[in-house]
Design a protein around this ligand. Sequence first.
Ligand SMILES: Nc1nc2c(ncn2[C@@H]2O[C@H](COP(=O)(O)OP(=O)(O)O)[C@@H](O)[C@H]2O)c(=O)[nH]1
Ligand SMILES: [Mg+2]
Length: 256
Amino acid sequence: MDCDSGHRRIVRVSSKKRNNGEVNVNRSCRNSTASVNEEEEIDPYTRRRKESLKNNACDICIKVMLLGDSGVGKTCILMRFRDGLFLCGNFISTVGVDFRTKVVSVDNTKVKLQIWDTAGQERFRSVTHAYYRDAHALLLLYDVTNKTSFDNIRAWLGEIREYAQDDVVIMLLGNKADCGSERAVKREEGERLAREYSVAFMETSAKSGQNVELAFVAVARELKYRQNGQRDCNKFNVQDYVREQTQKSHCPPCTT
Ligand SMILES: Nc1nc2c(ncn2[C@@H]2O[C@H](COP(=O)(O)OP(=O)(O)O)[C@@H](O)[C@H]2O)c(=O)[nH]1
Ligand SMILES: [Mg+2]
C-alpha cells in the first residue's frame, strides 16, 4: 500500500468544500517546510483541535464522539469500555452525561480518550454541529438487529462530511453482534458500506465486550501515529489494523 492511497482511504469520506480534500490528501506526504506553511494557514478550530491532542496530564488527549441512531447502544458501549459494565434491558438515559475519560496505553504512550456521548439529541436528529467540530475520532454505530439504524448510516456520514473536520478518524461499528437470531444486517453488508465510504469497520457487542476495547484502542493508535508524523510512512493504517485484529479474534485456537 502506498502512503497516499492509505491516507486517502481515511479522509475520502470527509473531503469537503472548504478545501476539496486536497490539503488533507497531500498532507500525509509533505515535507516539513510545507507543513510549517500550512500550520500558518489553518483555521482556529483546527489549531485548537491539534493543540488538544497534546495534554500535560498524558502524552496525547483525544476527543472521541459516539454517533448513531437512538437505541443502537452508544451509551452501553461507553459504559462497557469505561467501567466494564453492561446494564441489560435498561434503556439507559443519556441526559446529563457529557463525557467520560479513560487513559489507554499505546506502545508506551499514554493516550487519554475523552469520549462524548450524545445527550439523547440523536432521537431528534439534532446533534449540535459544534459537537462534531472538535472531534478527532467518530465512532458511528448501528444496531445489527435494526435495519433502519443501518440504513440511516448514510445520512450520518453525510452529516459528518458536512460538519466534522476533514481528517477526522471514522470507525463504523455494527453493535449487538451477540444477538445472533435477531440479526437483520449481515456482517458483509457492514463491511461493504465501510469499504464504500473508506472507513474502518468492525462488529461489536457492549453485552459481551466483543471488540469494544479494540475500537477505542484502534482510533487511539491511529491518532498517536499521526501525531508522531508517522501516519504516511506505511507504519500504521487503522483499517488494516482493525482487519488484522478482528481476523486474529476469529482465528481458531492453535493446535501446536
Ligand atoms: N444484546 C445487546 N443489547 C445491547 C447492546 N448494546 C446496547 N444494548 C441494549 O440496547 C438498548 C439501548 O442501548 P443504549 O446504550 O441506551 O443506546 P443509545 O441510545 O445508542 O445510547 C439498551 O436496552 C441496551 O441494554 C449489545 O451489544 N447487545
Ligand atoms: Mg444513549
